[in-house]
Design a protein around this ligand. Structure first.
Ligand SMILES: [Zn+2]
Length: 261
């Protein structure tokens, strides 16, 4: 078992290294395959032995080998986060046909989080294929996060897809009419449809609830900190992503806790 977790961690960090490329290039409309990585400061190509996830950052002490420019600690952070999420997937749901799809879902949440933080957008390139893949995998092989040992199934997946999209479309419309400002973009709506397709309507509820709660707390915190008033704009995607991951890994526990009361 330990060996399985170690292999999963290594695979997760390698995929995480690719996620860093996606986070940088997707919103800039660059190819995610070519060219190979270069130092953003001096443009020197990064050699394969300097591109080992997590380890190279430590050996290079967070600096480019050529120009000594600082490498953002976000690169190893993304690699470590993805590695941990992969380990959580295997620990929670075991190995099976569902594993690569749950890996892809977790990685998508990481990429969405950082692109939304940088650019306040959630790319269609992730959410649109995410809805389709989530619906097919959800109907056929994915486990139900609220009942881990049974599968999600067609009905739950389509209900999740529709409720995620529709509920968020309504919230966006209502808040736009009342507050006269865009509280939520189309990206959030498509993201929630994707979350619903992968995990069903109960996860849409829990993700919405926990995401909004965390978002509100963070919003109040920033208002107090910066004193900018209620027009301070913070992206919602990262909170929804964290909410979705909480729902995936702890939905069952949270639901039973709630129902016991
Ligand atoms: Zn450099």
């Amino acid at each position: 078992m330990t060996a399985l977790y170690i292999i999963t961690f290594v695979v997760g960090s390698i995929v995480g290294s690719f996620l860093n490329v996606c986070i940088y290039r997707l919103p800039r409309d660059l190819s995610i395959i070519l060219p190979p990585s270069r130092c953003p400061a001096c443009n020197a190509p990064v050699k394969p032995h300097d591109n080992i996830p997590l380890i190279s950052f430590i050996f290079l002490r967070g600096k480019c080998r050529h120009c000594r420019a600082k490498i953002s600690p976000r690169y190893p952070l993304v690699e470590a986060l993805n590695a941990l999420l992969f380990v959580l997937v295997v620990w929670r749901f075991g190995l099976g046909w569902h594993t690569p799809f749950l890996f892809a879902f977790c990685s998508a949440m990481i990429v969405i989080t950082f692109i939304d933080l940088d650019f306040q957008i959630i790319p269609d390139a992730i959410t649109l294929p995410g809805m389709v893949v989530g619906f097919i995998a959800g109907s056929l092989i994915l486990p139900d996060p609220f009942d881990r040992f049974s599968s999600l199934g067609f009905r739950e997946s389509i209900l999740g897809l529709v409720s995620g999209g529709a509920v968020f479309f309504l919230i966006a419309e209502v808040s736009y009419r009342i507050l006269r400002q865009e509280a939520m973009g189309g990206g959030d709506i498509k993201m929630m449809a994707m979350v619903g397709a992968f995990m069903g309507w109960k996860s849409v509820l829990l993700t919405t609830f926990s995401g909004s709660l965390m978002g509100s707390i963070a919003g109040i915190f920033f208002m107090v900190l910066k004193g900018k008033g209620r027009r301070t704009k913070i992206p919602f995607g990262p909170f929804l992503a964290v909410g979705a991951l909480i729902s995936l890994f702890y939905g069952q526990e949270l639901a039973s806790l709630y129902l016991k009361r």
